[in-house]
Design a protein around this ligand. Structure first.
Ligand SMILES: *[C@@H]1O[C@H](CO)[C@@H](O)[C@H](O)[C@H]1NC(C)=O
Ligand SMILES: *[C@@H]1O[C@H](CO)[C@@H](O)[C@H](O)[C@H]1NC(C)=O
Ligand SMILES: *[C@@H]1O[C@H](CO)[C@@H](O)[C@H](O)[C@H]1NC(C)=O
Ligand SMILES: *[C@@H]1O[C@H](CO)[C@@H](O)[C@H](O)[C@H]1NC(C)=O
Ligand SMILES: *[C@@H]1O[C@H](CO)[C@@H](O)[C@H](O)[C@H]1NC(C)=O
Ligand SMILES: *[C@@H]1O[C@H](CO)[C@@H](O)[C@H](O)[C@H]1NC(C)=O
Length: 590
């Protein structure tokens, strides 16, 4: 009936359309699944496939040999929170308001009000709108609430994930008893110095009173004494409560373990990840498995403890590698491997200042590169980048073209058939032309390297050129003298007395000097001034393209806000914020 009413020609076209539609439907290969694996604080020098000879990462190495290895893959920022925000959205952190003007470039409290704004579009949201099942397993670190404990305005489920299981904030030394603290600089300034000052003042006043020079009223002593007591009590409370209040696991909007236990943590995350794949074997899915490894506090399950040649750190890397193997095995077992794009990376360079009081290395290796997490020497931003998709990406490829972790956003959006949001600048570039050999040259002619909100360096890879120019406006003051990091503050800072400004900026050609050892001069590079001039002009253009946005990492937005504190009501006491639905098997298994 329907056919009869149509003119012949129109019917032919309709049939053709139907056939085309049917073909598109029957070729799921056009829309692959995505498994995105991200390590925390892993250095590019930690993996076998990137040249490490003593750490064993056979599963990640296999992944690399089955796909393409990016050897100039760059994090959008050398710090977790901003780098992850850019990874999720394909945009520089500064455009998202995820770049701090203060020293605190990441969230340390779960009860902070800042986070990734819902006005930003994540790849998870794009893919979910295309019918993908989406899950985040592991670390988020992009905020939870804005105004109260139930708005969940920054929560993963508000950013396109159908399912979330993991850490809303981050693992920290303070999450494990006996591991030390990341707040030592803050303690010195907020506790140690004030107590010292009060002590000296009291002693001086006592002497003056004793010598009968000034009659100091006793009340002054009492007030000073109470003040010192208050500072001490607050400090002890902070130490005591930090762990339960900030280190917990959530499943969707519910707390499932508070404080978080490290027992079999990687096994639990892995089981969640493989479970999600199994549940979605029949439909397109996106899994973002964001490891707690290998950030401090370091941990590993019994099977991996004391097994590596690099202490606890090596054990943690090897356990993570095991987990990657488990995920790949499930893809094989379900026959999904050929149609799944697997990506492996780290959020930024290794944290070289992570050395315990006993001198044990708890940070990783950035290979030949200078610096690490927190600064924009190459060591801070060079990250592993591995993509495997057997049907499409030729195995065993390697490319040294500059690529960014922001590129994942437009790449997977395109493969999933999702149009990019047209109303905003996307800084990432589609990786497929480069990987499939359709393009020989990276689309990133320029990249901007920010240290929090401060433009730190510019990278220029001119067309028809082998040179990769990098100009640095400032560099961190490493300490102690001659060290490869800022050991007195645990991480380098981006402004003030913590940095050295360079005018003219330092200029390197990374293609000849990847270790950034010899800055070029007009004598060693005849085009010195011309190169700097061009880069400066582009940097000015870039800066002009930025829009004013709310600062999600302002002092106010990173503060601990008691009214935002999530707390699992404990059966025994209403005050303690403790529960464990993992052990009691109360957690809904999905
Ligand atoms: C929490 O904040 C949201 C958004 O501001 C509001 O809609 C909601 O009613 C608030 N909930 C409570 C319990 O105050
Ligand atoms: C960790 O997993 C192992 C092996 O499955 C199991 O034997 C052990 O009891 C688990 N430990 C905890 C604390 O759950
Ligand atoms: C690992 O080695 C340390 C120090 O030798 C030891 O105390 C600990 O019990 C060992 N742990 C395991 C699980 O073998
Ligand atoms: C996966 O793709 C490879 C290479 O194209 C092919 O050799 C293999 O048979 C495929 N496996 C499956 C299960 O389709
Ligand atoms: C391998 O990784 C370990 C742990 O980070 C590191 O100590 C070692 O130097 C690395 N080896 C190479 C060759 O980079
Ligand atoms: C900077 O922007 C101006 C105006 O849009 C443009 O004419 C100029 O070519 C740009 N400079 C560079 C180096 O891209």
């Amino acid at each position: 009936m329907f056919w009869k009413q149509m003119p012949r020609r129109k019917m032919k076209v309709s049939l053709l359309l139907l056939v085309l539609l049917w073909e598109a439907e029957s070729q799921p290969a056009l829309r692959p699944n995505f498994v995105l694996l991200m390590a925390d604080d892993l250095g590019v020098g930690d993996l076998g496939c990137y040249g490490n000879k003593t750490l064993r990462t056979p599963n990640i190495d296999t992944l690399a040999s089955g796909g393409v290895k990016l050897t100039q893959h760059l994090a959008a920022s050398p710090l977790c929170t901003p780098s992850r925000a850019s990874f999720m959205t394909g945009r520089y952190p500064i455009r998202l308001g995820m770049a701090a003007l203060t020293r605190m470039g990441v969230y340390l409290f779960t009860a902070s009000s800042g986070g990734l704004p819902t006005s930003e579009v994540t790849f998870a949201r794009l893919l979910r709108d295309q019918g993908y099942s989406t899950a985040l397993i592991g670390k988020w670190h992009l905020g939870i609430n804005c105004h109260n404990t139930t708005d969940f305005c920054h929560h993963p489920l508000r950013h396109g994930f159908d399912y979330f299981y993991g850490l809303p904030t981050t693992n920290l030394r303070d999450c494990k008893s006996g591991e030390g603290t990341v707040f030592s600089t803050a303690y010195r300034e907020l506790v140690f110095f004030p107590l010292q000052l009060i002590g000296v003042t009291m002693f001086t006043l006592a002497m003056l009173r004793f010598l009968r020079l000034i009659l100091v009223p006793v009340g002054v002593f009492i007030i000073l004494f109470l003040l010192a007591g208050l500072i001490l009590i607050l400090f002890l409370c902070f130490l005591h409560y930090f762990r339960p209040l900030n280190c917990f696991l959530m499943q969707n909007y519910e707390i499932s373990q508070q404080p978080m236990s490290f027992d079999n943590l990687t096994q639990r995350l892995t089981l969640e990840a493989t479970g999600f794949i199994r549940r979605n074997a029949e439909k397109p899915f996106l899994l973002f498995l964001s490891y707690v490894h290998v950030h401090t506090a370091l941990f590993s399950s019994k099977d991996f403890t004391n097994k590596s040649r690099h202490g606890l750190y090596g054990d943690a890397v090897e356990e993570m590698d095991w987990s990657v193997g488990q995920v790949l095995n499930v893809l094989d077992e379900l026959g999904l491997a050929n149609n799944t794009l697997v990506y492996f990376t780290s959020d930024q360079g290794a944290h070289v200042e992570e050395v315990t009081s006993k001198g044990e290395m708890h940070g990783g290796s950035n290979g030949i590169y200078k610096g690490g997490k927190g600064n924009n020497w190459e060591g801070g931003i060079r990250i592993p980048g591995i993509l495997r998709w057997p049907r499409v990406i030729q195995a065993g490829l390697e490319t040294d073209e500059p690529t960014s972790n922001m590129d994942v956003f437009p790449t997977i959006a395109k493969l999933a058939g999702a149009p990019l949001p047209p109303d905003r600048v996307i800084d990432g570039r589609d990786l497929m032309p480069l990987i499939q050999g359709k393009s020989q040259h990276s689309d990133h002619e320029f990249l901007f390297h920010y240290c929090n909100a401060y433009l730190n360096a510019v990278r220029w890879y001119p067309p028809n050129s082998k040179s990769i120019w990098k100009m640095l406006y400032f560099t961190p003051k490493f300490n102690p003298e001659g060290a490869n990091g800022c050991f007195s503050t645990h991480v380098c800072f981006c402004f003030g007395n913590y940095i050295t400004h360079h005018d003219p900026p330092l200029l390197f050609d990374l293609s000849r000097d990847p270790r950034e050892r010899s800055p070029l001069t007009p004598a060693t590079e005849p085009r010195f001034h011309e190169i700097l001039r061009t880069m400066q002009e582009v940097a000015d253009n870039h800066t002009r393209s930025l829009r004013e946005v709310p600062n999600q990492l302002s002092a106010w937005n990173v503060l601990w806000k008691p009214w935002l504190q999530l707390c699992c009501p404990s059966p025994s006491s209403s005050l303690s914020c403790q529960c464990d639905r993992e052990k009691q098997g109360q957690r809904m298994s999905n």
